[in-house]
Design a binder for this molecule. Structure first.
Ligand SMILES: NC(=O)c1ccc[n+]([C@@H]2O[C@H](COP(=O)([O-])OP(=O)(O)OC[C@H]3O[C@@H](n4cnc5c(N)ncnc54)[C@H](O)[C@@H]3O)[C@@H](O)[C@H]2O)c1
Length: 517
């Protein structure tokens, strides 16, 4: 769990356009700390813009003010400070930044800086050759910036830059911490840690002779230093990875490197990577050891847990698969901070679903504000809860015959919406959860308060699209059962922690699902 950090401040330095302000705002929000911008404080103090101070009073005066403000803000605890680009020009400022904060240099190429700068807000650059000006400034300042730990930001999004800083910060916080990871050993082990990935990988390498990493390309771009000297295959993740042509590359890689049944294959990435790596580990030489380091929220709360894996065949998703329990799963919730909003929300919906199934921890979602959903402490709690609960369910029903079917809550109706509208899987499951709960309310099975609470929470954690239950949606729900006269099973929650599987005839369901969102 996130302990009280020893370092009370994070500061960012870097050229104009390096993204200091946006990244600092993200980090402050995610740690629950205050955001401070030294330029903003100076402008407020003086009642003038920086440009006006330069013009009317002069740069020398501004630099003195800057020193004074830095000294003041470096006394404030639990804050993330975005510094002015020239702050590092003075020895006294650099010394203070090193002594009083964890300071990171956001590094970017001149082209990246130029592309990120809004020239209209920078009158000094308006009629200039921007690249030339930036290069000149860079040459003057490079040696000063490089006194600080560098975070490469080229080609990355603001969320990705922010995650890299947080990971480095958490890593530095745990450097001397000798405690082991928070580990749980149920049906298969799961470990949780924050900023301990490096240590975890060292641990696995120490305990196993032949280790092969299969890493998502996008994730590798963010944390390549962890896999530098190891046998690795970098894969383009996403649904297209889960097909037989792609599997061949993985088997080829293992064969080429003489992997054996004693080898450990480590899958690093989202659910598509853990599914494929699980499948390969189950089948290569009739099974070798497998470890997952899930990096999406969905994979941390769901896909990497429970030993089920599958690949797609033809047009059918997850139709060929195996059950193979991982030998270990390492979850660091801070790794997911770099995700885009849509995919991130999907993971949140799955975690929320788990609280409904278990009837516990629902208040975590009730108490969180929509701009706090990437809070590291919140993420830690929901991933820990969801992953362990999923494992408990799997332990009770390893082969999907009983309670594990509750995990389908929201999916029967959700899938039909997903294949009708261009909406995300998370949005579809959210709609499905509301729709299936609503059916329960109409049948007087479900506590109405549950529906109201679910709606309020989903509004906070995901942008729900305006969709309708058209004939096409209804047909999709009923389709495969229509010809056989089979009944349709659906998970209906009575209240938190009390769900049932109810069978409907086609006629019954047709009447019930006519509703508008
Ligand atoms: N086996 C199971 O029990 C189980 C359960 C649920 C889902 N699944 C499977 O999981 C898959 C979906 O998982 P997913 O949503 O993780 O998909 P994914 O693996 O395609 O990842 C989604 C996207 O996130 C990116 N990404 C991964 N880690 C990131 C990070 N740290 N920062 C930024 N971007 C990152 C990926 O590059 C990708 O573009 C589906 O194929 C589904 O069938 C399996």
């Amino acid at each position: 769990m996130l302990k009280t950090p020893k370092t009370k401040r994070i500061a960012l330095v870097g050229m104009m356009g390096s993204g200091k302000t946006k990244v600092a705002k993200n980090i402050a929000k995610w740690l629950g700390w205050n955001f401070i911008d030294t330029d903003e404080i100076i402008e407020k103090k003086m009642g003038m813009t920086i440009k006006e101070i330069f013009k009317k009073i002069g740069e020398k005066y501004f630099r003195e003010l800057e020193k004074q403000v830095l000294k003041e803000v470096l006394e404030i605890e639990n804050c993330v400070i975005s510094t002015g680009g020239g702050m590092i020009l003075f020895d006294i400022n650099r010394e203070l930044l090193k002594k009083k904060a964890k300071t990171y240099f956001l590094e970017a190429s001149i082209d990246t800086l130029k592309s990120r700068l809004d020239i209209s807000n920078r009158p000094l650059l308006l009629n200039e050759d921007v690249s030339k000006v930036l290069l000149k400034i860079w040459k003057e300042r490079e040696r000063f910036y490089k006194e600080f730990e560098s975070i490469e930001t080229d080609g990355l999004s603001v969320n990705e830059d922010s995650m890299k800083v947080i990971l480095k910060f958490l890593e530095s916080e745990t450097e001397e911490d000798s405690n082991d990871f928070e580990a749980f050993n149920l049906f298969h082990p799961i470990r949780f840690g924050l900023g301990r990935l490096k240590k975890y990988i060292e641990n696995v390498l120490e305990k196993n002779d032949e280790v092969f990493f299969i890493v998502s390309k996008r994730v590798h771009k963010l944390i390549s230093e962890y896999f530098k000297d190891h046998s690795k295959l970098i894969v383009e993740d996403g649904e297209q990875l889960k097909n037989f042509d792609e599997l061949k590359y993985l088997y080829d890689f293992l064969l080429k490197h003489h992997a054996s049944r004693n080898s450990t294959i480590i899958g690093v990435g989202g659910g598509t990577v853990t599914d494929v790596v699980g499948f390969v580990a189950a089948t290569f030489k009739r099974g070798c050891k497998v470890v997952f380091i899930p990096t999406t929220l969905l994979a941390q709360v769901d896909a990497a847990i429970g030993g089920k894996n599958a690949v797609n065949f033809g047009k059918v998703k997850n139709i060929v698969g195996t059950f193979k329990m991982p030998n270990d799963v390492y979850i660091d919730p801070s790794l997911t901070l770099s995700m885009d909003d849509g995919r991130f929300e999907e993971g949140l919906v799955e975690a929320l679903k788990m609280t409904v199934i278990e009837g516990e921890k629902f208040e975590l979602f009730e108490n969180i504000e929509s701009d706090e959903i990437r809070r590291v402490d919140f993420l830690y709690k929901i991933t820990e809860f969801s992953a362990l609960k999923k494992l408990e369910i799997v332990e009770k029903d390893p082969y999907d015959r009983n309670v594990r079917r509750f995990l389908n809550f929201g999916h029967t109706i959700g899938h039909a919406f997903e294949s009708t509208y261009s909406i995300t899987h998370g949005q579809a499951v959210a709609i499905g959860m509301i729709a299936e709960t609503k059916i329960g309310v109409e049948l007087k099975i479900t506590d109405e308060k549950l529906l109201e609470k679910l709606r309020n929470i989903l509004k906070k954690i995901i942008s729900l699209p305006k969709v309708r239950t058209t004939d096409e949606v209804i047909n999709k729900i009923l389709n495969d059962k229509k010809n056989t006269g089979q009944k349709i099973n659906m998970v209906i929650p009575k209240t938190f922690g009390d769900l049932k599987i109810k069978s409907f005839t086609i006629d019954e369901l047709e009447k019930l699902i006519k509703w508008e969102n």
